[in-house]
Design a protein around this ligand. Structure first.
Ligand code: 5MM
Length: 353
C-alpha cells in the first residue's frame, strides 16, 4: 500500500529527474568497474582517487543545466567533497537528485552456462532505508542479458525480470523511485534484427513481472539499451535505422503510464550515443514518454581520459564532461547538431543552454 505522502514524494522525484533538457549521470561504477576504467589510463585506483574523480564530475560548473540526477555507488554516497559535504548534499544543493545503485552485480545463473542473474535482494529493504537517510531519492538495478547462439533463455529473462520487479516494489515502498535497467548487451556479432527481438522479449518479460508485483508504473523510470547490431557484427546500421528500431521496440513494449525512458549508452562511442538519442527525438512520431539519457561512459570517457588523476587537469576535464552533458541535453530535445558538437567546450558558465 502506498500512502499519499509517498505518492507526492515519488511524483516530485520523477518530475525533477525528467525535467525537459536534462538527463541522468551514471557515476555508479562498482569498485571492479572503476578499477578497470582507471587501469586503462594508469590511474591508481585508491579510495581517494575515486573520491577526487567523482568530485570532479559533480562539481563541474553549470552541471545542473544539463543533469537532473546522479547515480552514486555505495562508497561514493558516503564520501564528502573537499569542503566536508556529503556528495548527496553537494548535488541536492544544485537541484540535482542523488540516486544510488543498489544491485550487487550480475553473477552466474545457476543451471545455465553463459547467462547471469543480478543479485542483491537479501537485506535490500534495510539498505534502502539507510540510503534514504543518506539523501538518496531514487535507485538503480541493472540486469544483464547476453545475446548468443541459444541465449538468452526464457529462464534467464524471467529470473532477471522477477528480481527487477522485486527491487522496484521495495524501492517504491521506501519512497525511492526505481530505475529499472534491463540491459541487452551489444557484445557479439548479432544483427540489429536479433537485438530487436531480444530487447522486445526482455521488455515484455520485465513489464509482466512489474505488473504482477504491483509496481506503480507512474513512479518508475525505464533505463533500456538502444537497439544496436552487435559490436562484432559486419552489419553497421545507420543512425536513423537504430533510432527507428529502438522506438518501434519501445512502442511495442513500454506502457504509456511509464513517465520517462533514460537510455544507457552500453559502450557506444560518445558522439554516436548522442546522435542516436537525437535522431529518436527527431522522429516524426508522437511518443508516450520523454526520451533522455542516463549514460556513464558516453558522458565520462573524454573527461576521464583528460584527467588521468592529475589535479592540474581538473578544469579541462570538467569542460569536456560538460560538453558531453550539454550535447546530450540538446539530443534529449532533438536540438543536437554538428555545430554544437564542434564547439570546443562549454566556455561561459552561465549562458550556454
Ligand atoms: C550499463 O551500465 C550503466 C550505464 O552505463 P553506460 O552508459 O556506460 O552503458 C551504468 O549505470 C552501470 O550500471 C554502472 O556503471 C555500474 O556498472 P557495474 O558494472 O560497475 O555494476
Amino acid at each position: 500500500m502506498i500512502f499519499k505522502t509517498s505518492v507526492a514524494n515519488l511524483q516530485s522525484t520523477v518530475k525533477i529527474l525528467m525535467t525537459p533538457g536534462r538527463g541522468i549521470l551514471a557515476a555508479d561504477e562498482s569498485e571492479t568497474t572503476i578499477a578497470k576504467r582507471f587501469e586503462g589510463l594508469a590511474i591508481a585506483c585508491t579510495e581517494e582517487n575515486r573520491r577526487r574523480y567523482r568530485q570532479l564530475l559533480i562539481t563541474a560548473p553549470t552541471l545542473n543545466h544539463f543533469i537532473s540526477g546522479v547515480i552514486l555507488f555505495d562508497e561514493t554516497i558516503r564520501q564528502r567533497s573537499d569542503d566536508g559535504r556529503l556528495f548527496g548534499t553537494v548535488v541536492t544543493e544544485l537541484g540535482i537528485v542523488p540516486g544510488i545503485k543498489v544491485d550487487l552485480g550480475a553473477k552466474p545463473l545457476a543451471g545455465s552456462l553463459d547467462e547471469r542473474i543480478t543479485e542483491g535482494l537479501d537485506g535490500l529493504r534495510e539498505r534502502l532505508q539507510e540510503y534514504r537517510s543518506l539523501g538518496a531519492r531514487f535507485a538503480k538495478w541493472r540486469a544483464v542479458i547476453t545475446i548468443g547462439e541459444k541465449i538468452p533463455t526464457a529462464y534467464c529473462l524471467e529470473a532477471n525480470a522477477h528480481a527487477l520487479a522485486r527491487y522496484a516494489a521495495l524501492c517504491q515502498e521506501a519512497e525511492l523511485v526505481p530505475i529499472v535497467e534491463p540491459e541487452v548487451l551489444m557484445d557479439g556479432a548479432h544483427s540489429l534484427e536479433r537485438a530487436f527481438e531480444v530487447t522486445q522479449a526482455t521488455l515484455e518479460s520485465v513489464f509482466a513481472a512489474l505488473r504482477s508485483q504491483r509496481v506503480v508504473l507512474e513512479h518508475m523510470l525505464l533505463k533500456p539499451n538502444m537497439v544496436l547490431a552487435g559490436a562484432d557484427s559486419p552489419q553497421r546500421p545507420g543512425v536513423q535505422d537504430v533510432a527507428e528500431a529502438t522506438v518501434r521496440c519501445l512502442r511495442r513494449t513500454v506502457p504509456p503510464a511509464v513517465p520517462g525512458i533514460v537510455f544507457l549508452s552500453g559502450g557506444q562511442a560518445p558522439q554516436l550515443a548522442t546522435a542516436h538519442l537525437n535522431a529518436m527525438n527527431l522522429l516524426n512520431e508522437r511518443l508516450s514518454w520523454p526520451l533522455s539519457f542516463s549514460f556513464a561512459r558516453a558522458l565520462q570517457e573524454p573527461a576521464l581520459e583528460k584527467w588521468r588523476g592529475d589535479p592540474n587537469n581538473v578544469t579541462a576535464a570538467q569542460q569536456l564532461f560538460l560538453h558531453r552533458a550539454r550535447c546530450n541535453s540538446a539530443a534529449s530535445e532533438g536540438r543536437y547538431t554538428t555545430a554544437l558538437e564542434n564547439e570546443p567546450s562549454v566556455q561561459s558558465v552561465s549562458a550556454v543552454k
